[in-house]
Ligand binder design. Structure first.
Ligand code: FAD
Ligand code: SF4
Length: 479
């Protein structure tokens, strides 16, 4: 703690007067801002400018990290922000939620040499949050409006990044989404304690102010068809993400108070956004006072357990069929959840849900890990006669997501998909097998990361632009 900060804490302890306390709160904010600013500067100057930017190589957007760290260390924040924006449409979002330990920070040379990584994500967040506060981030001013248009299905990070890039070139953009708010999983999946919703909302407001049109509460395949969009626009991007929850087929699965993760998280996020949500208010999708069991070991499971803690659940347990070392979720998130009082029951698998109408308990079997198979992974196998019972008022299933059946949903059986149901694209052009229809984000990769969705959206914008320019040239030649 800095000397200034210590002085503030001491003085504040002695003064109960509200007016003076409020004044001190202002002083605190000032000191805190200064503290954060100093911290960002200090961290930025730790970058050794090593010349082999492993951090940049391992960032999916190849952000020019060493250069914006240098600018930050020199106090040139506006330039740092411009540089950060030249490769990333949402640096403050990535700064908050990228698994940096697996990407940029995990590959920082200083980290590799055992001296602790430069906190790249925190600096990226700081630079961009400052840019927003100072009013440096402005809507796009299109120089030449073009009369070609692009329809984008899905307002998640892939759709939004593609829209922004194409709008910069002057194309007319319409984004269609079945949700009532733009943002995709940024708004309704990732919890508020990891990503504050105003941060997502100010991005979509900026895009609206840039002339991008949003058509919300419209599901393609139900309210409009892919054919409608093909006729309406010169090109279409499918960026619909993956939403089909993986299921568990055991006795009692139809009992009340057993929910898929997205239902639980969406409800909680809607409530956090100030919506009236009956299922939360009447206690159905609210963990308050309940014994909660979350099944799964990925980041979605961690978001569920930590949300349940914040809703004041009586107990929160997480069942995972492998051990801690073999968990797919980020180690940092498991650590956070443990700190918050979540109990992990490793090597455990639900066998039966019990209850008369509502769930009342779960029968669990113990697992062990087999020897590594040909892929090198150790399979979980059940231990005979190892069953035990745990009380539960609420069960949340977080077993991962698969793509919805898009050819069926879009009533377009010709749309080619992989054996996993993800959309097949030409990896160079990002075009599907249907001319003029492109795809990006999770619907192509399977469940992935925000930073990869942004990268895909940006790549798709480049190839869509090329496609539209060719189309325009051909028209001119034909005329
Ligand atoms: C709970 C949870 C937590 C996560 N946490 C993190 C994290 O901390 N860090 C990280 O990097 N990644 C995280 N991810 C992953 C990340 O959110 C996704 O990889 C990313 O959002 C994918 O972006 P996208 O644009 O492809 O799809 P999405 O964000 O899923 O957006 C797709 C959009 O398409 C719309 N849509 C779908 N079908 C239709 C249709 N037929 N008609 C109209 N609209 C449609 C949807 O409503 C949605 O708005 C998390 C995922 C989940 C589920
Ligand atoms: S976008 Fe993600 S991986 Fe890239 S620098 Fe930022 S936090 Fe690191």
């Amino acid at each position: 703690m800095s000397e200034k900060m210590m002085k503030f804490v001491q003085v504040n302890k002695q003064t109960p007067n509200k007016r003076r306390a409020d004044k001190r709160l202002d002083d605190f904010r000032e000191i805190y801002d200064e503290f954060i600013h100093d911290k960002a500067k200090e961290q930025s100057s730790r970058c050794s400018q090593c010349g082999v930017p492993f951090c940049q190589i391992h960032c999916p957007l190849h952000n020019n990290i060493p250069d914006w760290l240098k600018l930050t260390a020199e106090g040139r924040l506006q330039e740092a922000s411009e540089l950060a924006h030249s490769t990333n449409n949402m640096p403050e979002i990535c700064g908050r939620i990228c698994p940096q330990d697996r990407l940029c920070e995990g590959n920082c040379v200083i980290e590799q040499s055992g001296h602790g990584t430069v906190t790249i994500g925190a600096v990226e967040k700081y630079i961009t949050d400052t840019a927003w506060e100072k009013g440096w981030i402005k809507p796009i001013k299109v120089v030449t409006e073009l009369n070609q248009s692009v329809g984008i299905i899905g307002a998640g990070p892939a759709g939004l990044a593609c829209a922004e890039e194409l709008r910069k070139s002057g194309f007319k953009i319409t984004i269609y989404d079945r949700y009532d708010r733009p943002g995709g999983l940024l708004i309704y999946g990732i919890p508020n304690f990891k990503l504050e919703k105003f941060v997502v909302e100010r991005r979509s407001k900026l895009l609206k102010a840039s002339g991008i049109k949003f058509v919300l509460n419209v599901e393609i395949g139900k309210d409009l068809t892919l054919e409608n969009l093909k006729k309406e626009h010169d090109a279409v991007l499918i960026a619909t993400g993956v939403y089909k929850p993986r299921e568990i087929d055991i006795q009692g699965n139809n009992l009340k108070n057993i929910f898929p993760a997205m239902e639980f998280l969406t409800t909680s996020n809607k409530k956090g956004l100030g919506d009236e949500v009956k299922s939360f208010d009447n206690g159905t999708l609210n963990a308050h006072g309940k014994d909660v069991i979350v099944i799964g070991g990925g980041d979605t499971a961690m978001d569920c357990v930590r949300t349940a803690v914040r809703q004041n659940a009586k107990t929160v347990k997480c069942l995972y069929r492998r051990d801690k070392e073999n968990m797919p979720g980020s180690a940092r998130e498991v650590y956070n959840a443990e700190e918050e009082g979540v109990e992990f029951i490793w090597l455990s698998n639900p066998k039966k849900f019990l209850g008369s109408e509502k769930i009342s308990s779960v029968i669990i079997e113990k697992m062990k890990l087999s020897n590594p198979d040909s892929s090198g992974r150790r399979k979980p196998v059940s231990i005979p006669n190892s069953e035990f019972e745990i009380k539960a008022d609420m069960v949340i299933k977080a077993l991962g997501f698969d793509p919805e059946n898009l050819p069926k949903l879009f009533n377009n059986p010709d749309l080619e998909v992989s054996k996993w149901g993800t959309i097949k694209i030409n990896l160079k052009s990002m075009e599907t097998n249907i001319k003029g229809i492109f795809a990006a984000g999770d619907i192509v990769r399977g469940a992935s990361l925000v930073v990869w969705a942004i990268r895909d959206g940006r790549d798709a914008a480049v190839t869509i632009k090329k496609y539209l320019e060719n189309k325009r040239d051909k028209k001119i030649i034909a005329a």
